[in-house]
Write a protein that binds this ligand. Structure first.
Ligand code: HGY
Ligand code: MN
Ligand code: MN
Ligand code: MN
Length: 394
């Protein structure tokens, strides 16, 4: 991971910003290719921008392992890259031991798992399994108004290749994703590793509040239809609804956009992206309904209008029990813990027996510069992954 420590790093605030097909992403893709080639792996990029490094000829029955290289804006160093670097390290250890896999082993780096540029989480894996309509995804625009199709063409890629890749999915016998824990369960248990039992459901919605743009200095306070004020009330309602829903509920507005975004201008539009997570699919839906009912009232009271668009919904994921138990056995009996974070393994799980290995994160912080993992735990994770690959590929 040291070799990529400076790629996409914010020198002022710390943290990483690595988004689909930006300079940092392209540099990380080059790192992946050269690191894989140094191990004698055959690298290919699929029609959805995912990178696959094959140990042995590409063939059915493959054991896949890996994660993603992209980040959230200002994210940590480990979320994603730890899984890819550990997979490459595990292959290196197996090769050094003289192990010859009976089944092909393939290391994968999925594209745009965070969905930070085009808003679709687990972009590469979701398209590969056919869970998203390529035409809809290609039309999505980033914050600068560049569509995915334009970005794809700009990178010399053919938009016609974006979409379901059933033969590639069918080649996979198992997928194991190693990931830094995004919580402090292992720190509290004083254990370095765990397997994942489930991923709680989560969804993303874009809320648009339209009001009346006007002059900040000549418009009386009474009678304004200010979408930023309305949105401010909605954001508090999002928090209050989640708190009222109980300890397992989560709701976040981490991204807002104001139009025209002028200091001396009453905005005409305020947008916000809502992230809701809860223990069950119906809980997420119920929390969304409560939130939107309150938002509608608040926005109307400010003389504004609310529009809601669902951007993604990921139902609850329970990982393959047989595979997970087998991996837990190889790891010498580790806890199985649920996670509130989405992963490519969650997208693959309904299609390919999938499992996850978590590496302890002392602070539990993630999606922020404070994210971390001890070197000895990272080493234990890579060694454990090597043992798991030896077990699965023999
Ligand atoms: O948002 C998530 O839960 C994941 O880190 N992409
Ligand atoms: Mn993440
Ligand atoms: Mn991740
Ligand atoms: Mn003026």
């Amino acid at each position: 991971m040291a070799e990529i420590a400076d790629i996409g790093r914010d020198p002022v605030r710390g943290g990483y910003s690595r988004h689909l097909l930006d300079d940092a992403d392209l540099a990380l893709r080059a790192w992946f290719r050269s690191s894989a080639a140094a191990l004698g792996l055959e690298v290919e990029q699929d029609g959805n921008g995912n990178l696959w490094a094959w140990w042995g000829p590409r063939a059915a029955g493959a054991i896949a392992t890996g994660s993603h290289l992209d980040s959230v804006p200002g994210g940590g160093a480990y979320d994603g890259p730890l899984g890819v670097a550990s997979a490459l390290e595990a292959v290196a250890q197996l090769q050094a031991s003289g192990f010859e896999p009976v089944r092909p082993i393939v290391v994968v780096a999925f594209g745009e798992e965070e969905g930070s540029r085009f808003g679709l989480p687990c972009f590469g894996s979701r398209l590969m399994v056919g869970a998203s309509d390529p035409a809809v995804v290609l039309a999505r625009a980033d914050r600068d108004g560049v569509t995915l199709e334009e970005a794809w063409r700009g990178a010399g890629l053919d938009p016609a290749t974006v979409g379901a890749d059933p033969s590639r999915v069918a080649e996979l016998t198992a997928f194991v994703e190693l990931h830094v824990e995004q919580g402090v369960d292992l720190e509290h248990r004083e254990m370095p590793l765990a397997v994942a039992s489930a991923i709680i459901p989560h969804g993303r919605w874009r809320l648009t509040v339209d009001g009346e743009g006007n002059h900040a200095g000549t418009t009386p306070m009474v009678g304004r239809h200010d979408p930023v004020v309305a949105l401010a009330e909605v954001i508090l309602a999002v928090r209050d609804t989640a708190v009222a829903a109980g300890p397992g509920a989560r709701a976040t507005i981490g991204r807002v956009a104001v139009t025209p975004n002028g200091t001396n201008v009453i905005a005409s539009r305020a947008e916000a992206w809502l992230d809701i997570r809860a223990a069950a699919d119906d809980d997420v839906r119920a929390q969304l309904a409560d939130t939107l009912a309150r938002a509608e009232m608040l926005v109307t009271a400010e003389g504004c209008t609310l529009t809601v668009v669902e951007e993604s919904f990921s139902p609850i994921v329970t990982f393959d029990e047989t595979l997970t138990d087998r991996i837990a056995g190889v790891l010498g009996g580790v806890p199985a813990i649920p996670t509130g974070a989405g992963h490519d393994a969650g997208i693959l799980a309904p299609h390919v027996p999938s499992a996850m290995i978590f590496v302890r994160n002392p602070t539990g912080v993630s999606h922020a510069p404070g994210e971390g993992a001890r070197d000895e735990d990272c080493e234990a994770g890579a060694a454990a992954l090597a043992d798991v690959l030896r077990e699965l590929a023999s």
